[in-house]
Design a protein. Structure first.
Length: 495
């Protein structure tokens, strides 16, 4: 009797679980990037999710001022109205035989731009450095190590706290909060740190999550001796939940330095991160073949890892802020071996990507991403810009031989299906709309779908009978994409 009762409970729980899992996903009119398999039910043929990589462009900043140097980093970049703001750590490291000299403490510096390409370091006149206030410094003292601001989008933000920041500080160790009314003049939010209980020894950050109505922070800590990332949330930026470790199902354990996580500005329900991967490779013929061997040996005389550790950038996404799909392959590789590259401290990407104009006439806007290079080298370091298409982090790709995928049941709002896609001249995408059981809907079967080809950020799909899907809105449907030599980066339903 008891066994039968237990079995009944198990079967009931299974039935409820299946019913819940069978519920259609409500995508509304939000943009869905193809960055994970959350919406995908089945793939066939050569269709696969493929990570794309930003293209290196020009050097946008050289850090050669007296208060800057070879170890500038931990960049924050965001657009604020008509201006792009940049904050970074200004620092210098000087290795000598058997000793690493650190001539001055890190300080927080500021730059700005009208287009995200040409940057200036304004003379702010706030803090004195070596007897002069003619500099671009926005913070000196506790917090200068990784001063990381953001513009607070909380509609209930307190007056005078329109800009906030977090940064590591000692005595006691923690992440300290800062506030500002203009993004330039800063003060402590409170005397005590807002977060404790972690190492915090990298770029720590926080932001307002408009989708979930809360602040979220990401900080660095160590787990079993390995560098990792923890997160916490808050309703008021002062009282935070316990720090929790990020999870990466299926991904190997790797040392992650920075995290660079933020809601994607076009799809804020998705968190996108550019963590720095840290790896110690040891001495080998390949290590000795990397650029500037003598300088590498000099750094190693201070500590072995200074000479043989390497860093590159990864890509990861999350739908809940804690469990992330992390790609194992590099998002940004160190690149061709040349002077000033393949150093521990290179390829730290800025927090975060911003939209900028393309320099190709008639082309749509693109994303600009910024990464460090030249770390440890001489008396300066630099920042390089990278670019990629908007939403172009990952695509569902199919070769010319073909492939297809079908979504799970979806419910949407709107009347148009809009695609961000690219094909070759011979490639194409065809779309079939099915009911929740996988049966083609009248007028929207594959035979009714003309080939879509080209390269666009917002092409509206159509069928022989037209493109208006208003009659299907609110009803569970599946989308079947049949593709050849094509990439689908994102889609959305639009009114």
């Amino acid at each position: 009797m008891i066994k039968a009762l237990v079995l009944a409970v198990v079967l009931c729980s299974w039935a409820v679980s299946m019913a819940v899992s069978a519920e259609p996903i409500d995508v509304g009119s939000r943009l869905e990037l193809m960055v994970d398999d959350y919406l995908i039910e089945e793939t066939k043929g050569g269709a696969e999710l493929r990570l794309h990589h930003p293209r290196p462009r020009e050097v946008v900043m050289v850090y050669d001022a007296p208060w800057e140097g070879s170890a500038c980093g931990y960049h924050t970049v965001f657009r604020d109205g008509d201006v792009y703001r940049m904050y970074y750590k200004a620092w210098h490291l000087h290795p000598t035989q058997g000793k690493l000299d650190i001539p001055r403490e890190p300080v927080g510096a500021y730059a700005e731009s009208e287009d995200g390409v040409r940057w200036t370091k304004p003379n702010l006149g706030i803090f004195e450095f070596e007897g002069s206030k003619a500099n671009n410094l926005v913070w000196i003292g506790k917090g200068g190590h990784d001063f990381t601001p953001f513009k607070d989008a909380n509609p209930d933000c307190r007056p005078g706290e329109e800009y906030k920041a977090v940064a590591y500080g000692p005595d006691p160790t923690g992440a300290y909060g800062f506030k500002s009314s203009d993004g330039i003049h800063w003060s402590f939010l409170q005397e005590a740190p807002i977060l404790t209980g972690a190492a915090f020894d990298t770029q720590n950050l926080a932001f307002w999550d408009s989708v979930r109505g809360e602040y979220r922070a990401y900080v660095r800590d160590f787990k079993d001796g390995v560098r990792g990332i923890r997160t916490a949330t808050s309703k008021d930026f002062r009282n935070w939940t316990e720090l929790a470790w990020l999870q990466y199902p299926g991904a190997p354990t790797e040392a992650l330095y920075t995290n660079q996580i933020k809601p994607y500005y076009r799809a804020p329900h998705l968190f996108i991160g550019f963590p720095t991967r840290y790896i110690e490779r040891g001495w080998s013929p390949s290590m000795e073949a990397l650029p500037e061997l003598e300088h590498r040996r000099l750094r190693a005389s201070c500590h072995p890892r200074y000479g043989t550790a390497l860093t590159d950038a990864l890509f990861m996404t999350s739908r809940d802020g804690q469990t992330f799909h992390r790609w194992d392959e590099a998002f940004v590789r160190p690149g061709l071996c040349r002077e000033g590259t393949w150093k521990y401290g290179d390829n730290y990407l800025a927090w975060h990507a911003v939209e900028t104009k393309s320099d190709v006439d008639g082309a749509p806007n693109e994303l600009s991403i910024y990464g460090t290079e030249g770390y440890w080298t001489g008396d300066s370091s630099q920042l390089r810009r990278f670019t990629m298409r908007i939403d172009g982090f990952v695509s569902m790709h199919a070769p010319l031989s073909g492939g297809e995928f079908t979504t799970k049941p979806l419910v949407f709002d709107g009347k148009d299906l809009v695609l961000n896609f690219s094909t070759s001249a011979a490639g194409s995408i065809r779309i079939e709309i099915q009911d929740a059981d996988g049966n083609p809907l009248d007028g929207f079967a594959l035979a009714d779908a003309p080939e879509i080809f080209g390269d666009a950020l917002d092409r509206v799909a159509s069928w022989k009978g037209g493109r208006d899907l208003a009659a299907l809105a609110g009803k569970p449907v599946r989308l079947r994409f049949v593709m050849k030599d094509a990439d689908l980066y994102a889609f959305r339903f639009r009114a």
